[in-house]
Design a protein around this ligand. Structure first.
Ligand code: NAD
Length: 361
């Protein structure tokens, strides 16, 4: 198979971690007889330095012609205060919103994966997480409270603020389909999270998710109220496979979920839309404090590349090979500084990439 991948290294540690993910993708291509063609694009502060804005329309249009996108991270103002002295719509992080919107990416998927070897970093009692856990949060990205009408005005002499939470059935249906599709490739269970005991938008959410479920009878569906879900994630994270939820609930729950894995340098993510073109990136930022030191953990970016193979290119075996290689490197005791503990082997960014590649071969 041959695919064209747009690379957006971005700022800070972005170029270092994306380079390691490319090494791993090249090893996969060689082993399985695929061809991956890459082109690098500017987004973030590095684009501001050249074009005066985070993502130009021309760059976005060209990226749309690619099969998938691998992103490092953007932003960080160490030594680059000019990135933040321009109008907000041109600043580094504005590129993220622009590319998600431009590519029509309405779903964000964040895996919460605790490797057994890193269980010491998990703040939950070890007896609740023995053997690790592995679930994903599918968050609706372009609707709900963050996109509804809002205003603040004085009513009856009191300052009053209003935010509107609205969803139509199509917005719910398209993400529900993704959740069931992804569950089919994983543990075949979807937990749909809402607040249907209070909110109309949640009652519609629940109704439409059940309608979509009719086409996915091989996948188990359960409903859970968001307050209960927040509790269950720390009480028994092993019960989940795919958590499907709307924008604001997902914003909060996905941060909770990343906290329980204990290590930000390990968390991948995928943003998906109506087509196979997805945007894959680590969940962390550009870590300007450690940029250029060859110490950043590239595993979240490498795991994001594995997600790309699975969900954009339908390469399940190749994706699993990367995930197994990451697991093996951890089992063999190699750690970048962020996950280093005494008795393990301290490893640089480039060495970590090489170690994953060695285990893939
Ligand atoms: P951050 O995630 O960049 O860093 C938080 C802490 O985690 C830092 O101490 C950093 O050194 C460490 N860290 C993060 N990733 C690591 C890795 N792979 N290996 C080792 N350590 C790692 O968050 P921040 O400091 O709040 O943000 C820095 C910049 O990144 C800001 O400009 C922010 O807006 C931007 N940001 C970008 C994205 C994105 O591009 N998607 C996401 C979040 C933040």
């Amino acid at each position: 198979m041959e695919y064209n991948i747009a690379l957006i290294p971005g700022d800070g540690i972005g170029p270092e971690i994306v380079a390691e993910a490319v090494k791993v993708l090249d090893a996969v291509a060689e082993k399985y007889g695929h061809t991956f063609n890459y082109k690098k694009f500017l987004m973030g502060g590095c684009s501001i330095d050249v074009y005066g804005e985070s993502l130009t329309d021309e760059t976005l249009e060209e990226i749309k012609t690619y099969d998938s996108v691998l992103l490092g991270a953007v932003g960080g103002n160490v030594g680059h205060s000019n990135w933040y002295e321009i109008e907000p719509s041109k600043r580094p992080e504005a590129g993220l919103l622009k590319i998600r919107k431009g590519l029509g990416l309405f779903t964000n998927m964040r895996p919460a994966l605790l490797y057994d070897e890193l269980s010491g970093a998990c703040p939950i009692k070890s007896e609740l997480t023995e053997g690790g856990f592995d679930f994903v949060i599918m968050r609706e990205l372009t609707g709900g409270l963050y996109f509804g009408d809002r205003y603040t005005k004085t009513i009856d002499g009191l300052r009053t603020a209003v935010d509107t939470l609205s969803y139509n059935e199509e917005e719910i249906r398209r993400i529900a389909k993704w959740a069931f599709e992804i569950a089919r490739k994983r543990g075949k269970k979807v937990t749909s999270v809402d607040k249907a005991n209070v909110l109309d938008s949640s009652r519609l959410w629940r109704e439409v998710v059940h309608e979509v479920h009719a086409d996915y009878q091989d996948v188990e569906l359960e409903d859970m109220l968001v307050d209960n879900c927040a509790m269950q994630i720390v009480r028994d994270p092993k019960q989940f496979d795919v958590i499907l939820t709307e924008n604001m609930f997902g914003d909060i729950l996905s941060d909770e979920a990343s906290m329980v894995t204990g290590s930000i340098g390990m968390l991948s993510s995928a943003s998906l839309g109506a087509t196979k073109l997805g945007l894959y990136e680590p969940s962390h930022g550009s870590a300007p404090d450690i940029a250029g030191k060859n110490i950043a953990n590239p595993l979240a970016t490498i795991a994001s590349a594995a997600l790309m193979l699975k969900y954009s290119f339908d390469m399940e075996e190749e994706s699993k090979a990367i995930e197994d290689a990451i697991s093996q490197v951890l089992k063999d005791g190699y750690r970048t500084v962020d996950i280093y503990t005494e008795g393990t082997k301290k490893t640089s960014t480039t060495e970590m990439g090489d170690l994953v590649v060695e285990r893939l071969k």
